[in-house]
Design a protein around this ligand. Structure first.
Ligand code: ATP
Ligand code: MG
Length: 716
C-alpha cells in the first residue's frame, strides 16, 4: 500500500488487491463470510472506471438483490465520482435480463413493450389453461405446475427440451404439453414471466450469432457477486457472454449456498475452473466483520458439513463478547427478552438500524411485531410483508370482521368469493346494488337477495350457504373462545381446505401463518380486543421515518451485516425446519446448516441465539428441543443462560463439552441429558394446559414438528 494509491485501493489487503488489479482473464474469489468479497468487487468496478479500461456501459455486474445493486452504485460513485454516470448493466440477473430482452423481444415473438407477469397473473393464466386441457385442477394444482415450469426455466430448458421423464412431473406426463401451451399463450398476450427474462435471452444468444457477438464485444468485463447461488440458466447465460473475452470475475462462498430450492447449483463454482481454464483463484482469509467468538461459533457449526471446499478464516478484531445462547420458557418470553435486550443496547448507544432479528420462517415475525408494537420499538420487515398484511391473514381477518361487524362491507367483499364459490362479479354487483337501494350492509343485502330471483342455481345455493355460515358463526361467537371460533371458521369456510389442496411450499407457509394468527388471538380477551389491536398495528405502519430494528428471514439477510443480531427460534423442527428433517436427506440438512452459518456471520459484534422450551402450536403447548446447531456451537465461544430455574449449569455443561445432546435421546435409552428435564421436555404432555386441548377438524392433524419433538423426547 502506498501514498499514491487511488482511493479505492486504500486499506485493501494483498489478495483483495490482486482481485481488483487482475482485470484480464478469469478470476474466481472463493472466500468465507465477511472477508471483503463484495468490497473487492466494488473496488474492482471502481478501478476499471478510474483507469478507463472500460466505459460504464461496457461492464456487466450482477448482484443478488436490487438493494445490493443500489449500494454498489452508491459506493462506486463515492470512490470515483461522476465517472460512474450510467452503468446501465449493473443489477440483478432479472433486471439485466429484462433490459436486454426489451431490445430483442421480436426474436422470440414478443414486442419490446411486453408485460412481465407477477405470480398471481401467472397462476390465473395457468388455471385457465388447465381448465381448457380438461385436467383436474384439484389433483394437479396450478401452483404445482407453476413450480415445475419455474424449475425447468431455472435449468435453462424450453418446452422442446422436456423429455418424457420430466414431463411425468405433472398430470401423468402432460407437463411438456402444458408448458408449451403456457409459453404460446404468453406470446399471444405479449407477456413473459420472471423465468423467461433469462431463458428467452439464453435462447436468443444461442440462436443468433450476431446478437451474441454484439454482447460479447460490448461487455469487456463481467463481474458476479454471490456466485454460489447462481442457477443453471444464469450460469449458461454468463458462460456464453464471457466466452470470447474471458474477463469474468466471480466471487462466492460455497458455505453460503442457500438457494438450492430455487435451482441454485453450488457446483457452478467447480465448473468455473473447468470452463475457464487458467482461471486465477484467489482466497481471502481475513475477516473484517466479526469478532473471533462470532467467527469461532460460525466455523464450529459449518465444520459439521461434508464436501466443503474448505477455507481458513481469521480476524484481528479484539476479542469481544461470546455468543450468547439463551434458553427461554416460551415464544412470548423470547419476544420479551429480545425487546428488552434491544432497549438495553439502544441505551448503550447501538442504533436501532444496526440491530436485526433473523427468523427461519416468515410466520415467526408475528410474535416480535406484536411485542415491538406493545413496547413502541420501531421496526421494519425486509423482504416480505408485515404479518398482518399478508394475503391469507387479511382474508382470515376479513371473515372475523364480518362476524364481529356485519356492516363491514369491505371485509365482506374481500371474502365473498374466497375460496371460490361461484359468485362472480355480476352476483357481487347485484348485492351491491341491493345494499345501496335498501340502505343495508352488503352482508344483509346478501341475505335478502336470496328471497328474490336475482340469483339462480349454484350461485344462489352457495350464497345461501355463506349467509347461513355467517349466521351460525355469529351465534357461536357468544359461546366459543374467539380463537376457537377462528379455527372453526377457517375450516368450515373451506379456506383451510383451499390451502391444503395447494401443494406448493408457499401454501404450507400460509397455513403456518394462519396457525400463528390463531395463536396470536389467544393472547387477547375478546375478538373485539384482538381486532382493535390489529387495526392499531396497521395504523402504526403509516409512519416511516427514523431508525428501526430490522426483522427478516435469514435468506433475505445474505450479504448484509449488523452490529447486533438476534437469532431466534433455534429449535428442532423450526430450525432446522421440519421440512428439511422430513426430507431426511443429508443435503437438505446441510443447506440448513449453511443457513445457520450465514445467520451467525451477519453479526459484527454481538450474536444472541435464543430457543424456547415450549411453543404453542394450534392452541396446544408443545415442548421443543434446542436445535442441533446449538449443540454444535463450540463451548469456548458461547455463554449460555437459561431463564428456567435449576437448569442452567446442566445446559452449560452439555454445550461446553460439545457433546451431541441428542445422541442418547435418539437411541431411545431414556436417559437424556439433564438439561432436557430441566427444560420441561416431556413426551407429549401438554405442559401448561394438560388435557385441556381441543383439536378441531383440519387443524387437528398434529403438525409433524410436534411429532418430531415428542419422538425424541424423554419421559419424566
Ligand atoms: P458476505 O460473504 O457476507 O457477502 P463479503 O465477503 O462480501 O461478506 P464484505 O461485505 O465485502 O464481505 O465486507 C465485510 C465487512 O468488512 C464490510 O464492513 C467491509 O466494509 C469490511 N472490509 C472489507 N475489506 C476490508 C479491508 N481490507 N479493510 C477493512 N475493512 C474491510
Ligand atoms: Mg458479500
Amino acid at each position: 500500500p502506498s501514498q499514491d494509491d487511488p482511493p479505492y485501493l486504500r486499506g485493501l489487503n494483498a489478495p483483495q488487491r490482486e482481485a481488483v488489479l487482475t482485470t484480464d482473464g478469469p478470476v474466481l474469489v472463493l472466500a468465507g463470510a465477511g472477508t471483503g468479497k463484495t468490497a473487492a468487487l466494488t473496488a474492482r468496478l471502481a478501478h476499471l472506471l478510474y483507469t478507463r479500461k472500460a466505459y460504464p456501459s461496457e461492464i456487466l455486474s450482477v448482484t443478488f438483490t436490487n438493494k445490493a445493486a443500489k449500494e454498489m452504485r452508491h459506493r462506486v460513485g463515492a470512490l470515483v465520482g461522476d465517472m460512474v454516470e450510467g452503468m446501465p448493466w449493473l443489477g440483478t440477473f432479472h433486471a439485466i435480463g429484462a433490459k436486454m430482452l426489451r431490445r430483442h423481444a421480436e426474436l422470440v415473438g414478443l414486442k419490446s413493450n411486453f408485460t412481465i407477469l407477477d405470480t398471481d397473473d401467472q397462476l390465473r393464466l395457468l388455471k385457465s389453461l388447465i381448465l381448457a386441457a380438461d385436467i383436474d385442477e384439484k389433483r394437479f394444482p396450478a401452483r404445482s405446475l407453476a413450480g415445475i415450469i419455474d424449475g425447468w426455466k431455472n435449468k435453462g430448458l424450453t418446452p422442446k427440451d422436456i423429455d418424457a421423464g420430466e414431463s411425468e412431473l405433472y398430470a401423468n406426463g402432460r407437463g411438456q404439453e402444458m408448458y408449451r401451451a403456457y409459453q404460446d399463450r404468453l406470446k399471444a398476450l405479449n407477456a413473459c414471466d420472471f423465468g423467461d427474462l433469462l431463458l428467452h435471452m439464453l435462447t436468443i444468444l444461442r440462436d443468433h450469432r450476431d446478437v451474441l457477438e454484439q454482447y460479447q464485444q460490448r461487455f469487456r468485463y463481467i463481474m458476479v457477486d454471490e456466485y454460489q447461488d447462481t442457477n443453471s440458466v444464469q450460469y449458461l447465460w454468463l458462460r456464453l457472454l464471457a466466452q470470447e473475452r474471458r474477463n469474468i470475475a466471480c466471487v462466492g462462498d460455497d458455505d453460503q449456498s442457500i438457494y438450492s430450492w430455487r435451482g441454485a447449483k453450488v457446483e457452478n463454482i467447480l465448473k468455473f475452473e473447468r470452463d475457464f481454464p487458467g482461471a486465477k483463484v484467489i482466497r481471502l482469509e481475513q475477516n473484517y466483520r466479526s469478532t473471533p467468538h462470532i467467527l469461532g461459533a460460525a466455523s464450529g457449526v459449518i465444520a459439521n458439513n461434508g464436501g466443503r471446499l474448505g477455507k481458513t478464516l481469521w480476524t484481528d478484531i479484539d476479542v469481544g463478547e461470546k455468543v450468547k445462547v439463551v434458553g427461554v420458557w416460551d415464544g412470548p418470553e423470547e419476544a420479551r427478552r429480545v425487546a428488552q435486550e434491544i432497549e438495553d443496547r439502544r441505551r448503550d448507544g447501538t442504533p436501532l438500524d444496526d440491530m436485526a432479528i433473523l427468523v427461519r420462517a416468515q410466520h415467526q415475525t408475528r410474535e416480535f411485531e406484536d411485542r415491538f408494537i406493545a413496547t413502541g420499538i420501531p421496526y421494519r420487515i425486509v423482504g416480505g410483508f408485515r404479518f398482518y398484511e399478508r394475503a391469507e391473514i387479511r382474508d382470515a381477518l376479513a371473515y372475523l370482521r364480518v362476524v364481529a361487524q356485519p356492516a363491514d362491507d369491505l371485509a365482506f367483499e374481500r371474502i365473498v368469493n374466497v375460496p371460490k364459490r361461484g359468485l362472480g362479479d355480476k352476483a357481487i354487483a347485484r348485492i351491491h346494488q341491493l345494499s345501496r337501494a335498501m340502505g343495508v350492509p352488503m352482508s344483509e343485502a346478501a341475505a335478502r337477495i336470496l328471497d328474490t330471483d336475482e340469483l339462480t342455481g349454484a350461485a344462489k345455493r352457495s350464497l345461501g350457504n355463506l349467509v347461513g355460515d355467517f349466521a351460525r358463526w355469529r351465534m357461536k361467537a357468544d359461546e366459543l373462545p374467539h380463537a376457537e371460533l377462528a379455527r372453526q371458521l377457517l375450516d368450515e369456510s373451506g379456506y383451510t381446505a383451499m390451502l391444503e389442496a395447494d401443494r406448493s411450499a408457499e401454501a404450507a407457509g400460509r397455513l403456518e401463518n394462519l396457525g400463528e394468527l390463531v395463536r396470536a388471538m389467544e393472547e387477547y380477551d375478546s375478538l373485539g380486543a384482538f381486532l382493535e389491536h390489529v387495526s392499531l398495528v396497521m395504523e402504526n405502519e403509516g409512519r416511516d421515518t427514523g431508525a428501526k430494528v430490522t426483522i427478516m428471514t435469514i435468506h433475505a439477510a445474505k450479504g448484509l451485516e449488523y452490529d447486533t443480531v438476534f437469532l431466534v427460534g433455534w429449535e428442532e423442527g423450526l430450525f432446522p425446519s421440519q421440512r428439511s428433517l422430513d426430507e431426511g436427506g443429508v443435503a437438505s440438512l446441510e443447506e440448513e446448516r449453511r443457513l445457520a452459518y450465514v445467520a451467525i456471520t451477519r453479526a459484527r459484534r454481538r450474536a444472541i441465539i435464543l430457543h424456547a422450551a415450549n411453543r404453542r402450536i394450534y392452541g396446544q403447548w408443545n415442548s421443543s428441543i434446542p436445535s442441533r446447531f446449538v449443540g454444535e456451537l463450540p463451548g469456548e465461544h458461547i455463554d449460555s443462560e437459561t431463564t428456567m430455574t435449576g437448569g442452567a449449569s446442566l445446559w452449560q455443561a452439555n454445550w461446553s463439552e460439545r457433546a451431541d445432546p441428542f445422541a442418547d435421546v435418539a437411541r431411545g435409552t431414556g436417559r437424556g441429558p439433564g438439561w432436557q428435564r430441566a427444560a420441561g421436555v416431556s413426551a407429549g404432555v401438554d405442559v401448561k394446559n394438560p388435557g385441556g386441548a381441543y383439536t378441531p377438524r383440519s387443524f387437528s392433524r398434529e403438525p409433524s414438528r410436534v411429532k418430531e419433538a415428542t419422538r425424541s423426547a424423554v419421559s419424566l
